[in-house]
Design a protein around this ligand. Structure first.
Ligand code: MCN
Length: 791
C-alpha cells in the first residue's frame, strides 16, 4: 500500500538545494545584464522644481537616464490602485518616477541604466534636482491635526473613513453594568526578507516577446501590470519567478516602479537589464505596516461577557494607497477573533503621512486587531478580578454555532462567516501547555528568588484561503514522473513538498516522482498569487482536483488496456492494477498509451510497442478523451476559511534593568487538516520570531522631518536566533474546513498575529503596569515603572 502522505512530517525537498547555496534567485539570472539604479528623494515632502540630467549622459558606460518626462502613455500615468473600495474616496498612487512632487524619503525620481551598478550609482550622483521643500506630515497625530496636508486635494489627510456595525453598540455599552475605555497603539514596522526586491528583463526582438524574472509573490500580477503599462498583449510577456528569499507581503504585486521600468528599459535598449534592491532601499522605498492608534469603549456584564464594543482607530497609510483599504479593513473585521460581542461598531480613518507606503505585512492588520481585542479582554478581567482565561471562555463562539456569521463584510466583499473551529478545546490545550492553573505557584517560587514573572495569553482567528481562484496542471510523463504546475509563487513556504504530498496521495504515485513548478506564467498563465495564507487552500485544492481528473483519465485508459472495469482498478506506487490480480500496467505506460500516435500495450513484456495498423475506427485513447495523460482544474472557494490559534508566553522582567526574557512560548493552532505538520510548525516558528520582533524590538524611527533614522540593520533591531525562544511548544487542533475538498485552512501568517498581544499581557502581568503600546523596550518599561504605580 502506498504510504499516506497527507499529514506526514515529510522533510522539505527544497531545503537541501537552498541550504547548500545552490538556489537560483533573480540576481543570479542574466549575469550579462545591464544594471539599473534609482535616484530617490532625500526629502519627505517637496515639489520638484527642476531635474538636470545633462551631466549623466557623459558618464562612460551609461546607457539611459530617465525622469518622468521620458515616460510615455500608460507608463506616465500613476501606478494602479489595486483594490479600490467605495469608501476610498481619496485614493492616491505614485508615479513610476515622481512627477512634480515627492511624498516620502525614498520615492523614485530618476532611473539610470549602466554597464554595472557602480557606474549607475556614480551617474545618479551627478543628477541635480532642485526641490521646494514642503512641511512633512509624520505620524498619526500629525496627520490627524491636519495642520499640513500630504496631498493638497485630500482634506484632513483622510484617504478614507469607513465604518461597520452589527447591532447598536452605543446602546449596549450605555446599558451595560460595567464599562471601560482604552487607548492602544502599535508602531510602524516592516518585513525584512533576506532577498530584497529584484527584477531582470530581456526583450526578444525576433519574437516581440518580453521575459521578466522577478522576486514576487504574484508572477501573473506582474505580467498583467507589465503588459498593460508597456502596451503589450499578455501573450507577449512571460514572467518567471525563480527562488524567492522571503516575501512576507512586500512582494505582492504593487507593481513596484522598478518592475515596470526594468522591462521598459530592456525593450528600449534591446539588452537584458537588472535591478537589485539594496537594504537601505528596502527600508525607504518598499513598504511598511502596522502603525495604528485605537480607542476602545466596551460594555460588559458581571461575568465579563462583552455586551457592546465600539472601536475607533486611525491607520497610518503612508504616502499612497496602492492596496486600497485592505489592511485597516482586516483589522476592523478580524479584530473580533474567536469572540461574539453582543453588538459591535467599528470606524477607522485611513490617513496619509509623508512616509513609506503601507502594504500588507504578514498578519496584515490582524496583529493590531488581536492586540486591541486581547488587551480589552485582559482589561475586563482585571476590572472584574476574574481569571483572564475564564473571561475569554464566556465570550467564545461555541463549537455548535458554526458556521458563525459575525454580521460584517469581510475584505473580499463577502459575509464574514467563520466555517469551523473549537475554541474551548483550544483554550484547554493552551492552558495545559503553560500549566495555567498553577502559574501563581510558579510566580511565588520565582518571587522568592527575587524574580518577577508574568504570563500572557492571546487568541485570534485568521481568514485564510481567500479567492478568487487558483489552478493546477498535472502531467504524467512516459517515465511515470508527474510534473505539476500551479501559478502562484513560493517564497520559502515549502510548497514543492506539501503540494507533492497531495499529488502522491491522490494519484497513488511515489512522493519522489512528483515535481512541482510554481510562479512561471509559461506553465500556468492564470493564477492569483501567494499571500493571505491562501496557497494551501487554493492551489492545494486545485492540485487535488487536477490530480483526481488525471487519475480518472489514467484509469479509463488502463481499463481499456487491461480489459478490466475502471471500478476494479487501483493505483499504488505508480502502477495501475486490477485489484487482487497480477494484471497491471505502470502509469508511465498509460502515458504512452494516451498518445494519439496509437501505441499498443504488450501484456507479456508489460511494455508499450508502437504499431501502425491498429483499428482506425477505434479512438486513440479512451472514448471522449483528449490525447495526453494530463489534467487541469481550478478551485474557487465559496468564501474564506477561518484558521485560529492561541499563544501563551511566560516572561521574566528584570527587576533592575527591565530587560524582558522569554521563559516559555506555547502555541495551539488549528489550520484544519494538516498537509505537513513539520512545515506548519516551521511556519509558526517563523511567525513567532516576527511576533517577537514586533512586540519587543522593531519599529521605524522617523524624525519630525520624515527622515527614517534607523534604515539599516545596525539600527533597526531584528531579533536574532538569540532573541527568539529556543523552543516553542506547539500543539495542533484539526477542525476541518467544510469549504474545500481537503478540509484545510491556511497557516502562513498565524505565528505572527498574537505576538504583541501575548507579550503585552505577560509584561503587564509581571509588572502590574498597564501596557498599552507596542513594541516595548526595556528602557520604555523602565520609564513606565517610574511614572506608574503598579495596579
Ligand atoms: N500547510 C499545511 N497544512 C495546512 C496549511 C498549510 O501543510 N493545513 C503548509 C502549506 O502547504 C504551505 C505552508 O504551510 O507549505 C503555508 O501555507 P499557507 O497557509 O497556505 O500560506 P501560503 O503558502 O499562501 O504562504 C503565504 C503566507 C504569507 S501570507 C506570508 S506573509 C508568509 C508566509 O506565508 N511569507 C513567508 N510564510 C512565509 N514563509 C517564508 N519562508 N517566507 C515568506 O515570505
Amino acid at each position: 500500500m502506498t504510504t499516506k502522505m497527507m499529514g506526514a512530517k515529510v522533510q522539505r525537498v527544497e531545503d537541501d538545494r537552498l541550504v547548500r547555496g545552490t538556489g537560483r534567485y533573480v540576481d543570479d539570472v542574466a549575469p550579462d545584464a545591464l544594471h539599473a539604479a534609482v535616484l530617490r528623494s532625500p526629502h519627505a515632502h517637496a515639489r520638484i522644481v527642476s531635474i538636470d540630467v545633462d551631466a549623466v549622459l557623459d558618464v562612460e558606460g551609461v546607457h539611459a537616464v530617465w525622469t518622468h518626462e521620458d515616460l510615455e502613455g500608460a507608463m506616465a500615468e500613476p501606478l494602479p490602485l489595486l483594490i479600490p473600495h467605495p469608501t476610498l474616496t481619496h485614493g492616491r498612487t505614485q508615479y513610476a518616477l515622481a512627477k512634480d512632487e515627492v511624498n516620502h524619503v525614498g520615492e523614485a525620481i530618476a532611473f539610470v541604466v549602466a554597464d554595472d551598478r557602480y557606474v549607475a550609482e556614480d551617474a545618479l550622483a551627478r543628477i541635480v534636482v532642485e526641490y521646494e521643500l514642503l512641511p512633512a506630515v509624520v505620524g498619526i497625530e500629525a496627520a490627524r491635526t491636519a495642520t499640513h496636508l500630504v496631498h493638497d486635494d485630500v482634506p484632513g489627510n483622510v484617504a478614507a473613513r469607513m465604518e461597520q456595525s452589527n447591532g447598536d453598540a452605543a446602546a449596549a455599552i450605555a446599558a451595560a453594568p460595567h464599562t471601560l475605555s482604552l487607548d492602544l497603539k502599535i508602531e510602524r514596522s516592516a518585513c525584512m526578507p533576506m532577498e530584497g526586491r529584484g527584477t531582470v528583463a530581456r526583450w526578444d526582438p525576433d519574437q516581440n516577446r518580453l521575459q521578466v524574472w522577478t522576486s514576487t509573490q504574484t508572477s501573473t500580477g506582474v505580467r498583467a501590470a507589465v503588459a498593460a503599462k508597456l502596451g503589450l498583449d499578455l501573450g507577449q510577456v512571460d514572467v518567471i519567478t525563480p527562488d524567492v528569499g522571503g516575501g512576507f507581503g512586500v512582494k505582492i504585486v504593487h507593481p513596484w516602479p522598478e518592475e515596470l521600468l526594468v522591462p521598459l528599459a530592456a525593450q528600449r535598449l534591446g539588452r537584458a537589464v537588472k535591478f537589485t534592491e539594496d537594504r537601505r532601499e528596502h527600508f525607504i522605498s518598499s513598504a511598511h505596516e502596522r502603525a495604528q492608534m485605537h480607542h476602545v469603549e466596551v460594555g460588559f456584564d458581571d461575568e465579563g461577557r462583552v455586551l457592546g464594543l465600539d472601536v475607533r482607530f486611525w491607520h497610518d497609510h503612508g504616502a499612497y494607497t496602492p492596496y486600497g483599504l485592505i489592511v485597516p479593513i482586516i483589522t476592523s473585521t478580524q479584530l473580533l477573533g474567536p469572540y461574539k460581542p453582543g453588538a459591535y461598531h467599528v470606524q477607522f480613518d485611513s490617513l496619509y503621512t509623508n512616509t513609506v507606503i503601507v502594504t500588507p505585512y504578514r498578519g496584515a492588520g490582524r496583529p493590531q486587531g488581536c492586540f486591541v481585542m486581547e488587551r480589552t479582554m485582559d482589561a475586563i478581567a482585571a476590572e472584574l478580578g476574574k481569571d483572564r482565561a475564564d473571561v475569554r471562555a464566556v465570550n467564545f463562539i461555541q463549537p455548535d454555532e458554526f458556521p458563525y456569521d459575525q454580521g460584517l463584510i469581510f475584505q473580499d466583499g463577502r459575509e464574514l462567516k467563520y466555517d469551523s473551529g473549537d475554541y474551548p478545546a483550544m483554550l484547554a490545550k493552551i492552558k495545559e501547555l503553560v500549566d495555567w492553573d498553577h502559574f501563581e505557584d510558579f510566580r511565588a517560587a520565582k518571587a522568592a528568588e527575587g524574580k518577577r514573572v508574568g504570563l500572557g495569553l492571546a487568541c485570534y482567528v485568521e481568514g485564510t484561503g481567500v479567492g478568487p481562484y487558483e489552478g493546477a496542471h498535472v502531467h504524467i510523463e512516459t517515465s511515470g514522473k508527474v510534473k505539476v504546475a500551479t501559478g502562484l509563487t513560493s517564497q520559502g513556504q515549502g510548497h514543492q513538498t506539501a503540494f507533492a504530498q497531495i499529488v502522491a496521495d491522490e494519484l497513488g504515485v511515489r512522493f519522489e516522482d512528483v515535481e512541482i513548478t510554481t510562479g512561471d506564467t509559461r506553465r500556468m498563465p492564470y493564477a492569483v498569487g501567494t499571500f493571505a495564507s491562501r496557497a494551501a487552500v487554493m492551489s492545494g485544492s486545485a492540485i487535488h482536483l487536477a490530480a483526481k481528473r488525471t487519475k480518472e483519465k489514467a484509469l479509463r485508459i488502463a481499463a481499456d488496456a487491461l480489459e478490466a472495469d475502471v471500478d476494479d482498478l487501483e493505483i499504488v506506487d505508480g502502477v495501475v492494477s486490477v485489484k487482487g490480480t497480477d494484471s497491471s500496467i505502470p502509469l508511465g505506460t498509460v502515458a504512452v498509451l494516451s498518445n494519439p500516435l496509437r501505441y499498443a500495450f504488450d501484456e507479456a513484456s508489460k511494455a508499450a510497442t508502437q504499431f501502425n495498423v491498429g483499428d482506425p475506427t477505434k479512438p486513440p485513447v479512451a472514448e471522449d478523451d483528449e490525447p495526453g495523460l494530463e489534467g487541469k482544474d481550478f478551485y474557487s472557494p465559496p468564501r474564506s476559511t477561518f484558521a485560529s490559534g492561541m499563544h501563551a508566553v511566560i516572561v521574566e522582567t528584570d527587576v533592575e534593568t527591565a530587560e524582558i526574557r522569554i521563559l516559555k512560548y506555547a502555541v495551539v493552532h488549528d489550520c484544519g487538516h494538516l498537509i505537513n505538520p513539520m512545515i506548519v510548525e516551521g511556519q509558526i516558528h517563523g511567525g513567532v520570531a516576527q511576533g517577537v520582533g514586533g512586540a519587543l524590538y522593531e519599529r521605524m524611527a522617523y524624525d519630525e522631518s520624515g527622515q527614517l533614522l534607523n534604515a539599516s540593520f545596525m539600527d533597526f533591531l531584528m531579533p536574532y536566533v538569540t532573541e527568539v525562544p529556543a523552543s516553542i511548544e506547539i500543539d495542533h487542533l484539526e477542525t476541518p474546513s467544510p469549504l474545500n475538498p481537503l478540509g484545510i485552512k491556511g497557516a502562513g501568517e498565524a505565528g505572527v498575529i498574537p505576538g504583541s498581544a501575548a507579550f503585552a499581557a505577560a509584561i503587564e502581568d509581571a509588572e502590574r503596569l498597564p501596557i498599552t503600546a507596542m513594541p516595548i523596550s526595556p528602557s520604555e518599561l523602565f520609564a513606565l515603572r517610574a511614572t506608574h504605580a503598579p495596579h
